[in-house]
Write a protein that binds this ligand. Structure first.
Ligand code: CA
Length: 224
């Protein structure tokens, strides 16, 4: 799950970033409206945490622009503005929920989970391949009907491959799924997670195409 955090206050931003990363979300943090526009229009996010009072371009304008380009990413407005009309304007502009500062981090996390569940109710179908089913919204995985436990980063690598069946993804493309911006990337991270996924899914589930990257093995190569 990848979240966009739009927040200009460094202290709030740091604490929210830490709390969300501890929950296993990949988080990109931007601090002004223009950067929010650029990030949001260039990348798929599962949820946007949006501050309204931003330098440059106001959070409401950022939200309106996203909805005008028919982007339906769930949006949680997080702002110090407590006037009722601000709240109404945010919701009218297409926000899904509203949280006023100061707030409790555990409440923020609960609201995020609720919005992600609601978005899941808009029914993103499960991803399926060779007996493996991934439910992206609830992060549940089953292998031949049995629950499969995956770490957040194993999940990120696997989901990326499951979304592009038959497509070879480069190590750089997979690394991008593993981390938010500015996070350290160990040089063999992708290999490490592919290795642990193969232990859980079978050695031939993910193929390494030398010099190019990784791809899911085709159905018809499945061993009996
Ligand atoms: Ca602000």
């Amino acid at each position: 799950m990848r979240l966009l955090l739009v927040e200009d206050d460094p202290m709030i931003g740091e604490s929210v970033l830490d709390a969300l990363r501890a929950e296993g979300y990949a988080v990109d943090w931007v601090r002004d409206g223009q950067s929010a526009d650029a990030a949001w229009s260039g990348e798929h996010y599962d949820l946007v945490l949006l501050d309204l009072g931003l330098p440059g371009r106001d959070g409401l304008q950022v939200l309106k622009a996203a909805r005008e380009r028919r982007d339906r990413t769930p949006v949680l407005i997080v702002t110090a503005r407590d006037a009722v009309d601000e709240r109404i304007r945010g919701l009218d502009a297409g926000a899904d929920d509203y949280l006023l500062k100061p707030y409790d981090l555990s409440e923020l996390q609960a609201r995020i989970r609720a919005l992600l569940r609601r978005a899941a109710g808009r029914a993103e179908p499960a991803l399926e391949h060779r007996g493996l089913r991934l439910h992206p919204a609830t992060r549940e995985a089953t292998l031949h009907g049995r629950p499969l436990v995956l770490s957040q980063r194993e999940w990120a690598v696997l989901e990326a491959l499951m979304r592009r069946p038959g497509v070879i993804l480069s190590r750089a493309q997979l690394e991008e799924k593993l981390y938010g911006w500015n996070e350290e990337i160990s040089s063999n991270a992708v290999e490490v997670y592919v290795h642990s996924l193969r232990k859980k899914l079978g050695a031939d589930f993910i193929r390494n195409i030398r010099g190019m990257g990784y791809v899911l093995s085709r159905e018809d190569t499945q061993a009996p």
